[in-house]
Design a protein around this ligand. Structure first.
Ligand code: PGA
Length: 261
């Protein structure tokens, strides 16, 4: 995997937005897997800036969700469908028809999970999947000890994740759903390019385990080591526990411009 250390979250957002723009120039109808949470917001802001400035045309791009809460009523502002529509689809000027996501309010959740995996496959697969990482090492909502071969399915959130996400629910943990639909780790690994962004000291330990620890289900993000094209973008704080940081810095500094992420 490639590890890129950037000065701050804004620089990470710009770097990844440029990579997405490059993909859209090569493949205007690319399917972009988008993540929710606070971390990816600078990516979406930078990408919207590139679109507004005419540096890239995103009008044919398609987006798909990584995960979704189960049981929030349709249209709830913190459902990930609402978040992706608000933070990605609208600012990029995409059609809501260009958007795929699992139905977290479906009466038959298992069928909704299977239908989502099938929809991703019939859409031609994800070209670039953006990922955040949980303080517990989750990707999507694949909590520790998720099968590395898992498909889209229902998962139960850890207490830590519910505490972490309570800020989106007015600080009230009782409002954070216990269950989610998440792309499985096996599903995520099928994307052609994985780009994980982590910022802040709270992610430093999870990043060190992901990048320099063994591949282990207890750190779900370590599955990125199995992917042929995985990029981990970290700010200085999130990189602070990486022993190989000097090597990662030197490698990126020496990288030819044409290579991209
Ligand atoms: P965060 O969430 O970006 O809000 O920290 C990351 C995640 O849980 O994947």
């Amino acid at each position: 995997m490639e590890v890129v250390i950037v000065p701050d979250a804004a620089a990470g957002g710009e770097l990844i937005a440029e990579a997405v723009a490059g993909l859209l120039r090569r493949k205007p109808d690319a399917l972009l897997g988008v993540a929710t949470g606070s971390t990816p917001l600078p990516v979406y802001q930078a990408l919207a800036g590139l679109v507004r400035g005419g540096a890239v045309d995103a009008s044919r791009a398609r987006v798909c969700q990584l995960d979704e809460y189960v049981g929030l009523p349709a249209g709830h502002p913190e459902s990930y469908r609402s978040v992706v529509l608000r933070e990605v689809v609208e600012p990029l000027g995409l059609s809501p028809d260009a958007f795929l996501g699992p139905d977290g309010s479906a009466p038959d959740v298992l069928a909704a999970c299977e239908a989502y995996d099938a929809a991703l496959a019939s859409a031609g697969g994800v070209d670039l999947q953006l990922l955040g990482i949980g303080t517990d090492g989750h990707i999507g909502f694949n909590e520790p000890c998720s099968s590395l071969a898992s498909r889209t399915r229902i998962k139960t959130l850890t207490e830590q994740t519910r505490v972490d996400n309570a800020r989106f629910f007015g600080g009230d943990i009782s409002q954070v759903p216990h269950h989610v639909i998440t792309q499985g780790i096996g599903t995520i690994l099928e994307a052609r390019h994985l780009v994980l962004l982590a910022t802040g000291e709270g992610k430093a330990e999870a990043i060190a385990q992901t990048v320099e620890g063994p591949v282990a289900a207890v750190v779900p993000a370590s599955a990125l080591q199995l992917h042929p094209h995985a990029t981990v973008v970290v700010d200085e704080a999130a990189a602070s526990e990486l022993k190989l940081a000097p090597y990662f810095r030197a490698t990126f500094a020496a990288k030819p411009d044409w290579q991209g992420l």
